[in-house]
Ligand binder design. Sequence first.
Ligand code: MN
Ligand code: MN
Length: 319
Amino acid sequence: MTTYHQPVDAAEVPRFAGHATFMRLPAVASAEGLDIALVGIPWDGGTTNRAGARHGPREVRNQSSLMRRAHHVSGVAPFAVANVADVGDLPVNPIDLGDALARIETAMAGIVAAGALPLSVGGDHLVTLPVLRAVAKDGPVGLIHFDAHSDTNDTYFGGNPYTHGTPFRRAIEEGLLDPGRVIQIGIRGSVYDPGEHDWARAQGIRIVYMEEFVRRGAAEVMAEARAIVGDGATYVTFDVDAIDPSMAPGTGTPEIGGLTTRESQEMVRLLGGVNIVGADVVEVAPPFDVGGMTALVGATMMFELLCVMADMIDRRRRA
Ligand code: MN
Ligand code: MN
């Protein structure tokens, strides 16, 4: 009989009752003994326009009470094959960007050192930079990045290098990412400059614009993604603005003409075989949400990622 953490049984305690934790799992003080640590990063100090993603983790926890125990397509039952719990929110500082990044990195390094794979909810996309600093401590990792934006700009506001529009440029400069093993999917929308993505492409990043995704479809694009990252360590980051704002309006930088929720689910389900070392869902901004629908999208994408990660762990154990 498994001793893994289990969600509160919704046939005993209804989904709207009790403390809100990710997936109704126990809240634990440490990642010791966990295979996958669910964690919030409630910080949006890197946001350049509409703030609010700092409120993301709490609302995603709330909506994640709708997640059940098994995936209806893959049959994966993540809580049966992996030990998963909610380790709470990482410490943040809403009024000091540098201190916030340092706190996030230090706390995430503790989760990684405990041997757990982090699955986090932001926060704006800058939180992925300190997460990568912790996850890529032994060398650069690959990246599968779903987003409307490349997030590889250089500086904002008089040379400031740290915003949610710059994390992946900084990550490449810091040697956290192997740019030849980076693919960005869903990129679209107006840009500051026609050459805005030239730097990223010159590094070797593969950018799949939304229009190319529509032409080729999920199966083909994800086959390419799996080939690009190969079997090396790979991080998966899902910016909820990759999804069309008609389905995910609660985000700071919406762009029309985006992925559907179903296309997004299909792509995450095609991550099988990828050596995932961590993942996140970012940019859920509840102040702009409608009836919690974007937080539900975030929670559901988190569950999709969790199922893929738990299945990876289970396959390794059985190999
Ligand atoms: Mn982003
Ligand atoms: Mn974005």
